[in-house]
Design a binder for this molecule. Structure first.
Ligand SMILES: [Ca+2]
Ligand SMILES: [Ca+2]
Length: 185
């Protein structure tokens, strides 16, 4: 059951540090900066499961608030394999939020969403590396629970995609047109 690895231990200590920072009254849970934000345009978003240390069973889903009621189930905390990953079905632009829900399906039934302000303290977000954001979930609603934020742990990774610039396509098209005109001449 214990999936501890040196990597997981590093994650846990990172989460513990984040927890200390979070206790600072200046960094309150309802800070307007709360959330996971895309750092650049045309970003591919990948979610990687890091593990869970929890009695309750929960399901993590990716929610696309740009598409009404779009929700993609990603991982069950008791069956997902460490390092299992899912790539989001669309690209995201700079500043777009990446939102999640975590639904407890066995244990203290509840659902937490990153886009609901009163749920946000359930999610601990470490964005010290904006390209690889670490998230830890507490699966018992505050102020109860042990607040260990290791009940679901995952990484949100942003990577660039190569999208041809419209200008390049236009040039390519005009080049073809010139060639065909010359051949006719
Ligand atoms: Ca736990
Ligand atoms: Ca917990």
């Amino acid at each position: 059951m214990n999936k501890s690895t040196p990597f997981a231990a590093a994650i846990l200590s990172a989460l513990a540090l984040a927890s200390v920072a979070h206790a600072d009254p200046v960094d309150s849970g309802d800070s307007p900066e709360f959330g996971i934000y895309t750092p650049f345009d045309n970003a591919q978003v990948e979610v990687t499961w890091l593990g869970s240390n929890a009695g309750y069973t929960g399901v993590l889903s990716l929610v696309d608030v740009a598409v009404s009621s779009s929700s993609l189930q990603l991982f069950n905390n008791h069956s997902a394999a460490v390092n299992e990953n899912v790539v989001a079905s669309r690209l995201y632009n700079e500043g777009e939020r990446i939102d999640f829900t975590y639904q407890i399906i066995r244990g203290g039934l509840d659902t937490f969403a990153t886009f609901i302000q009163t749920d946000q303290q359930q999610f601990q977000i470490d964005a010290s590396n904006p390209l690889e954001i670490l998230v830890g979930v507490e699966d018992i609603r505050y102020p109860n629970g042990d607040r260990d934020h290791n009940d679901a742990m995952f990484l949100v990774t942003f990577s660039p995609t190569e999208v041809p610039a419209p200008g390049a396509l236009a040039l390519f098209g005009s080049g073809l047109a010139m060639v065909s005109r010359r051949r006719r001449a």
